[in-house]
Design a protein around this ligand. Structure first.
Ligand code: PMP
Length: 457
């Protein structure tokens, strides 16, 4: 493995970053004004803390968003490859989802009813068809889907711990905010107010390390493994040949349940990696993309597990037992989800999105090769990510070691100033049904010119 980022002239990088910051300030006076005004009423000047994680020092304020395009309050328009970090995988405000929302909220009326409409069962049936798990329940976020799935696994197995892979991210779930440091489990750096040391609740090992996984499971106290089928929150780390078969057999042998989190990996196709790779989890969790921008999450289980859940006389599932929420499963979220599944994120659209992503990856790889950088590009269907090392990392720790915050800031800001948005977290790009070849080519051109600047050509 050669560390591609080490080839760069650091002083040059610092100069380039400064000049992109100046350009950002010139291009975004109205956004800056709004950000300054917001300091008086919003913690950190943003509605939610992550929104301050943009390389220009403040976020751009949005005027309008449609399909794969965002327009900001200064009149700049962007090819949006961030897509709300998968919350807008369906594109911004797709027509069928907008129509379903208007009908539910406007014409028929009623969003927060604490009563079902027919949309919920239709969404459950469609998710069952896609993911192979028959019975579904809904939440407001993927975080909550994971939290509830973990509780169910603890209840079912009578075991206290969960296992996650190093550098995973599954939302703000207390048990998952853990990493390995020098081989030892530690609260993730910066973890805010953990209720207990996460080593009490969680075992952690490297993705793709089957021996370590089996060693941890052999302790006999792990209720469930919570795993993305490929890590997507520390770059993209793909599973090695045979990893998922071993994960499945090791969890079964240990009496441990397996939860597959498809919140990001839906990019692999209409049924995520579960369908694309023929996985056989006990539970699937998801969120973000399902409602076409309207908040919703959910988890699915097979019929046999559902029977075990329902047969348990000691669990209070219908009141304050810890699984549920007033707005969870609300009529508006499910109307939006039904339309998004049936008419937007369809199998045909995934095929086109993946082809466009192939084009994105080819463009990146050509630019990287042209400028002689030892970087690589990982792809999972309609999602791709460049990483400053080659070959692609095989564990979360390898991928974390290749990160380079300053270089990321430069690339993000340079691309933004050229009218292309990447996710503010690492270098992730997403393709939605509305993304065009011209959008992808705009990124390729901007990325190529950024690399030329970086290497001084
Ligand atoms: N699971 C995965 C794999 C995620 O990447 C995320 C968020 N990035 C979540 C769950 C949590 O999603 P949310 O913050 O929308 O609850």
């Amino acid at each position: 493995m050669h560390a591609g980022a080490d080839q760069l002239d650091r002083e040059r990088l610092a100069r380039l970053l400064d000049s992109e910051r100046t350009r950002f300030a010139e291009l975004h006076p109205a956004s800056r004004r709004m950000f300054e005004q917001a300091q008086a009423s919003l913690l950190a000047g943003v509605p939610m803390s992550w929104m301050s994680k943009w390389a220009g020092g403040h976020p751009v304020y949005v005027d309008a968003a449609r399909g794969a395009t965002i327009t900001d309050v200064d009149g700049n328009s962007y090819v949006d490859l961030c897509l709300g970090d998968t919350g807008a995988m369906a594109g911004h405000s797709p027509d069928p989802t907008v129509a379903a929302v208007q009908e539910r909220l406007g014409e028929r009326g009623g969003a927060a009813l604490m009563l079902p409409t027919s949309d919920a069962a239709a969404v459950g049936a469609e998710l069952g068809r896609r993911f192979g798990l028959a019975l579904w329940s809904f939440t407001l976020s993927a975080t909550d889907a994971n939290r509830f799935a973990i509780r169910l696994c603890r209840q079912l197995t009578g075991r206290s711990k969960i296992l996650v892979f190093n550098w995973c991210y599954h939302g703000s779930v207390d048990e998952t905010l853990i990493t390995l440091e020098g081989g030892r489990p530690r609260a993730r750096e910066g973890n805010v107010g953990p209720p207990v040391d996460p080593a009490v609740t969680t075992r952690v090992c490297e993705f793709n390390d089957v021996e370590a996984l089996e060693r941890e499971l052999a302790q006999g106290d792990v209720a469930c493994v919570l795993a993305e089928p490929a890590l997507t929150n520390i770059g993209i780390v793909l599973p090695e040949e045979g990893f998922h078969e071993r994960l499945r057999s090791a969890t079964r042998d240990a009496g441990t349940l397996l939860i597959i989190d498809e919140t990001h990996t839906i990019s692999a196709g209409p049924g995520g990696c579960t369908a694309a790779w023929g996985l056989d989890p006990d539970m699937v969790t998801l969120g973000k993309w399902l409602g076409g921008g309207v908040p919703v999450g959910g988890y699915g289980v097979g019929a046999e597990l559902a029977e075990r859940i329902e047969a348990d006389p000691n669990a209070d599932y219908v009141d304050t037992g810890g699984v549920g929420g007033t707005l969870a499963g609300n009529a508006l979220s499910l109307a939006a989800s039904r339309a998004t599944l049936d008419e937007v994120l369809t199998a045909e659209e995934f095929a086109g999105m993946t082809r466009l992503c192939d084009r994105f990856v080819a463009g990146c790889e050509a630019a990287i090769a042209e400028h002689g950088l030892g970087w690589s590009v990982a792809q999972l269907g309609a999602r791709a990510e460049y990483v400053f090392t080659s070959p692609e990392p095989r564990t979360g720790a390898d991928s974390a070691a290749a990160s380079d915050p300053r270089l990321e800031d430069y690339l993000h800001l340079r691309l933004l100033n050229e009218g292309v948005l990447l996710t503010p977290f690492h270098n992730m790009a997403l393709i939605c049904p509305a993304t065009t070849e011209a959008d992808v080519d705009r990124h390729t051109a901007a990325f190529g010119s950024a690399l030329a600047e970086l290497v001084g050509r």
